[in-house]
Structure formats: structure tokens, C-alpha cells
Design a protein around this ligand. Structure first.
Ligand SMILES: [Cu+2]
Length: 162
């Protein structure tokens, strides 16, 4: 019993020490140095033009996987959804580009410089997964996920905490 107590205190001190070391000159709290809790996400879009999440937190994730599931029944032409990760400041420009891409491309942006990653645009019953590296993202940056289908971004958006 005594040994166990001693060991856990030791582990605590060690965790604090390595956290402080990793935080470096910035003086960040040791808690921020711990391993991320979750880097795989599943988000749903529905026939009522809604995502089922307003925020995703991927702090500390080196690689992220996001699966978008369209849980509705409407076809892509009527109620298409996608999950597009961007810097919040680029929202208007990205929406403009997606709208310009038009219905033939399902308002999907392939290799757009302002798009960090994007699923395909999908209809009811479909799903799509993206996996991306966060190497070029800045911790504490202002990121969001949106749906670029026309008229959806006003409600279909959320914060992507990194
Ligand atoms: Cu949508």
C-alpha cells in the first residue's frame, strides 16, 4: 500500500517535470504537453441542414481522421454536405470558390490553397473519410469546419480547436 502511494507521487512529479520541459520558454501549463485524447472524429450531417457537432478539439494531434456521415435520405443535389477544414478568416473566399465550382463538381474544392482538407460532397446514406497531417497548422490558430453546399455555411459550421 505504501509502495503504491509512493509510486504514484513519483509518476506525478515525473509527468510534471517532462511537461514543464516540453513547454519550454513559453511557460505553458504542463497539462498542455500531455498526449491528445482524441484524433479520430465522426460527424453527422442530416436532412435538416445540420451538423451534430459545433466543436471538435484536436489539440496535440499529429494526424487527424474525420468521417462525415450523411444520416439523411435526400440526394446530394438537394441536400449535399461536406466537411471542409479552413482558417476561419478564409470562410467567405472558400464559399465563393465552392459556389463557383458549381453543381457539376458538387461544390467540392479539390486542392484549393485555402482548404486544409475536405471530404467529398455526399448525399443521404453516404459517408466519406479524410485523414490529414496537422504539420502545417498552428497551435491556437483560428480554424473552423464548414459545409460549402450553397446556403449551408450559416448553420453548418463549427470550431476546430487545435
Ligand atoms: Cu451541407
Amino acid at each position: 500500500m505504501k509502495f503504491v502511494a509512493k509510486l504514484s507521487i513519483g509518476t506525478c512529479v515525473l509527468a510534471f517535470a517532462s511537461g514543464a520541459f516540453a513547454a519550454g520558454k513559453g511557460g505553458a501549463k504542463p497539462a498542455e504537453a500531455k498526449a491528445p485524447e482524441k484524433c479520430d472524429f465522426t460527424i453527422e450531417g442530416n436532412d435538416s441542414m445540420m451538423f451534430n457537432m459545433k466543436e471538435m478539439s484536436a489539440k496535440g494531434c499529429k494526424d487527424v481522421s474525420v468521417t462525415l456521415k450523411h444520416v439523411g435520405k435526400l440526394p446530394v443535389a438537394a441536400m449535399g454536405h461536406n466537411w471542409v477544414l479552413i482558417e476561419a478568416k478564409n470562410r467567405d473566399a472558400v464559399i465563393k470558390a465552392a459556389t463557383a465550382a458549381g453543381p457539376a463538381k458538387k461544390y467540392h474544392l479539390e486542392n484549393h490553397p485555402m482548404v486544409i482538407d475536405t471530404t467529398k460532397t455526399i448525399g443521404g446514406g453516404e459517408s466519406d473519410t479524410v485523414k490529414f497531417s496537422t504539420a502545417k497548422m498552428k497551435a491556437g490558430g483560428s480554424y473552423e469546419f464548414i459545409c460549402t453546399f450553397p446556403g449551408h455555411v450559416g448553420v453548418m459550421n463549427g470550431k476546430f480547436v487545435f
